[in-house]
Ligand binder design. Structure first.
Ligand SMILES: [Zn+2]
Ligand SMILES: [Zn+2]
Length: 184
């Protein structure tokens, strides 16, 4: 199972985004989340589709791609998703983004990554001395491939493909720039 769109069977569920009830018969998005009361099981959190397009654009997009339900306002929802997902932090590594500050340092070349530069975010294990934890690390786009090949070979496809899938805030120009930098 995964995220799903369905007609509300009752009017008892409330929308997690706006807290208002979801009327019986309305289409709703079920976001699949881990069940806090049963390990390994999942449960659903419900949203009005219009609310989800604003608050959960990535989840709704995934559900729209796989749903067999006829969604009448699909086009409008997709427009909203495109606008709102630019503001969502990506949740899957690796992803690419424009550096929001100049505070990050490249894992590859150890030089600072300037604000506004395209950077690749990867998840890496950090040994704090007391415990090992996962935390995001950053690379210049041009440094990313070599570092990944060496430290964390990618599963699931070429780097560019993964970045295009996982990134949320890139426009066409960013993708082109990324292509160029990855190939240098
Ligand atoms: Zn709502
Ligand atoms: Zn670098």
């Amino acid at each position: 199972m995964a995220h799903q769109i369905e007609e509300a069977k009752t009017g008892r569920a409330s929308c997690r985004s706006c807290k208002k009830p979801i009327a019986k018969g309305d289409l709703r998005l079920g976001e699949e989340v881990p069940n806090a009361f049963a390990a390994g099981e999942v449960t659903y959190q419900w949203h009005h589709l219009a609310c989800a397009a604003k608050k959960k654009p990535l989840v709704l997009e995934e559900a729209l791609q796989s749903t067999v339900v006829d969604v009448p306002d699909r086009a409008a929802l997709q427009t909203d998703i495109a606008i709102n997902k630019k503001h969502q932090q990506p949740t899957t590594f690796p992803f690419a983004e424009r550096a929001k500050t100049s505070r990050s340092t490249c894992l590859g070349c150890s030089e600072a990554i300037d604000k506004g530069t395209l950077r690749v975010a990867v998840e890496r294990e950090v040994d704090t001395g007391a415990f090992v934890t996962n935390s995001p690390g950053y690379l210049h786009a041009a440094c990313a491939q070599a570092w990944l090949d060496d430290k964390a070979p990618l599963q699931g496809g070429p780097l560019l493909t993964l970045l295009q899938t996982n990134s949320t805030g890139l426009d066409e120009g960013d993708i082109e720039a990324l292509k160029l930098e990855l190939s240098t």
